[in-house]
Design a protein around this ligand. Structure first.
Ligand SMILES: [Mg+2]
Length: 109
């Protein structure tokens, strides 16, 4: 299963569970109208999941740490599906760009 497929499932689930409106255009290659106006909020929800992961790690709660990282991925994949962003393709492009950068991106420390 690809990241895109996982994201599509998550986004459909979010609609089914009432987190957005009833209809969605994301499956037709158009950004979901229920997310478009609140991308900043969605990004901050990803940050809150990262904060929860940080707190779980601070407490040494490995199981909760893993769960919160899953929450980060779920929210990120949902946002990408809603915005019709092929995250897998973007990761591949970025890793290729990173590969061509200087050692440690030119930093000395
Ligand atoms: Mg969480």
């Amino acid at each position: 299963m690809t990241i895109k497929e996982i994201g599509k499932q998550i986004h459909e689930w979010a609609h089914r569970k009432g987190f957005y409106g009833a209809s969605c255009k994301a499956d037709r290659g158009l950004p979901c109208p229920h997310v478009g106006g609140s991308i900043g909020s969605h990004l901050m929800l990803i940050v809150t999941e990262l904060a929860e992961a940080c707190e779980a790690d601070r407490k040494g709660d490995r199981e909760n740490f893993k769960e919160e990282l899953a929450d980060v991925a779920i929210r990120l994949f949902d946002l990408c599906a809603a915005e019709c962003i092929d995250l897998e393709a973007e990761i591949e492009k970025k890793m290729l760009a990173n590969e061509n950068r200087e050692h440690r991106h030119g930093k000395r420390y």
